[in-house]
Design a protein around this ligand. Structure first.
Ligand SMILES: *[C@@H]1O[C@H](CO)[C@@H](O)[C@H](O)[C@H]1NC(C)=O
Length: 470
């Protein structure tokens, strides 16, 4: 008698869990799924096809839905859950690409800067670039992305401090910018989207800067960074926790009160890359302190870190590193003989976030100078009134939007025999409730047909038949 009920419960469970993409939140020093409360580990890659100089008036990495579909189906095949993008143009439309990412279950960490004029801080003379034009750009990027549930966080900066001189001048500006961004989000977003910073691979500055960005002023509670990214290329070839220095990294961040991730990793001094550091990163030795990381980088560029190379304009060829990385992130998909570790992080969600104490700011920090004056109220008007920039939103997708329209090649030049379309793991139809209620949006009906609904319906029919037979 119990079985029909169990089946009905399973049915409800299936139909509800495929509904949407849950935001990621921070509790203490860890990321969590806001709805399931499961701990979230970033398994990701850095993504900026063509480099940041390819961002312009016409395009950026999330402006062309056909190219997004091509790459997102590969992200899924790789088994990643997050991409980091370094530069976008907030004036372009990102709705389709963000909906495709969400449909595939993939989150975005977005840097708010670009190499274009008025869109980044000058690391040596930050006072010349910290102005309202720059702030308007930063806040427009936030506006454009704050409504997407899969915007995991923003990076206020990448490697702004990277030498002695920048360490003299930049730190107070970075901290001020983080505070401005946090205040903007507090006023204009319904969700506290985390603001982070991504630090250069230089121990001299990386650790003192992390402490300075973490600290809280007595007067200002919102100037503390929400999470810290470490760019780390110290594990090259065959290494151990000790020989790579990862053990010292863990030590350095053990007491950090915020989540820490690798915002870039994957040394290419020894080729082909083996990505054994992934085993270390997600192991018990590290995963209490680090919340995962992002492999540098998806497309092949002149600096030779690519997993895949764009060929013939819009086709793509998968390189050796692609398959090696997949062996780590999705060992079950691999046919190679080499044994690789399985990432088993499922029992990690039981740890409650302990009460972490955010340290108070000190007057001085090693190797960096923090007493420079930054204009205090520059962002106030913009924060109060908003930028009036449009806000991106999820849109209805068509069956065709999930398909790859370009060729995907293996290393040997033969066509790849992998999937040709994105697998929908979330139903992102933004109108599904209104449609059911009012039918006002009837014209959109057709387009939402692909989204799990046939599968859900099949499951329901199957379960009902089982119930009746029982
Ligand atoms: C966004 O996340 C919230 C939960 O915090 C959820 O209620 C909502 O349905 C989600 N929206 C979409 C479009 O996924």
């Amino acid at each position: 008698m119990l079985v029909p009920f169990i089946l009905i419960f399973i049915n409800i469970y299936i139909t509800t869990t495929l509904a949407s993409i849950n935001p990621i939140i921070i509790k203490g020093k860890r990321f969590y799924d806001a709805v399931t409360n499961e701990r979230f580990f970033i398994r990701g890659i850095d993504y900026q096809p063509g480099g940041s100089s390819e961002v312009n008036d016409e395009k950026d990495p999330l402006s062309d839905p056909d190219l997004c579909a091509r790459d997102i189906l590969l992200f899924q095949d790789l088994g990643i859950n997050t991409v980091r993008i370094y530069s976008i143009n907030p004036d372009l439309n990102h709705d389709k690409c963000m909906t495709l990412l969400a449909t595939a279950g993939i989150y975005l960490i977005l840097d708010v800067n670009s190499p274009l004029e008025n869109q980044h801080l000058n690391r040596y003379e930050p006072w010349t670039t910290y102005n309202t034009i720059y702030l308007k750009h930063v806040f427009s990027v936030i506006d454009e992305f704050l409504q997407y549930n899969n915007t995991l966080g923003f990076f206020a900066g990448n490697e702004i401090v990277n030498d002695k001189r920048s360490a003299q001048y930049s730190p107070p500006y970075i901290k001020k910018l983080i505070g401005d961004m946090r205040r903007y989000i507090d006023v204009h977003s319904t969700r506290r989207i985390p603001v982070g910073y991504s630090a250069a691979d230089d121990l001299k500055y990386r650790i003192p800067l992390s402490k300075y960005l973490e600290c809280e002023d007595t007067a200002r509670k919102d100037c503390s960074v929400d999470f810290y990214g470490v760019n780390s290329y110290q594990w090259c070839g065959q290494q151990t926790l000790e020989s790579s220095g990862y053990d010292r990294l863990v030590e350095a961040y053990e007491k950090y009160s915020k989540p820490v991730i690798f915002s870039e990793f994957g040394c290419n001094k020894v080729l082909p890359r083996k990505f054994d550091e992934i085993t270390a990163l997600y192991s018990e030795s590290m995963n209490d302190v680090f919340s995962g990381g992002l492999v540098y980088e998806f497309t092949q560029e002149p600096n030779n870190y690519g997993l895949a190379e764009v060929v013939n304009e819009n086709d793509i060829q998968l390189l050796d590193d692609y398959f090696t990385l997949r062996d780590h992130y999705r060992p079950e998909a691999s046919s190679s003989q080499e044994p690789s570790s399985k990432l088993d992080l499922h029992n990690k969600n039981s740890i409650a976030p302990e009460d972490v104490v955010i340290p108070k700011c000190q007057k001085t920090y090693h190797n960096i100078k923090v007493d420079g004056e930054v204009e205090e109220n520059l962002a106030d008007v913009l924060i109060r009134e908003g930028t009036q920039h449009k806000k991106g939103k999820f849109v209805d997708l068509d069956e065709k939007d999930l398909e790859c329209k370009f060729e995907i090649y293996r290393k040997d030049g033969k066509p790849w025999d992998g999937p040709r379309r994105i697998e929908a793991v979330n139903d992102m139809s933004p109108l599904k409730d209104t449609k059911a209620k009012s039918g006002k949006h009837g014209s959109r009906k057709k387009s939402s047909s692909f989204k799990m609904k046939p599968k859900k319906a099949m499951t329901s029919v199957f379960l009902i038949i089982v119930c009746i037979l029982w």
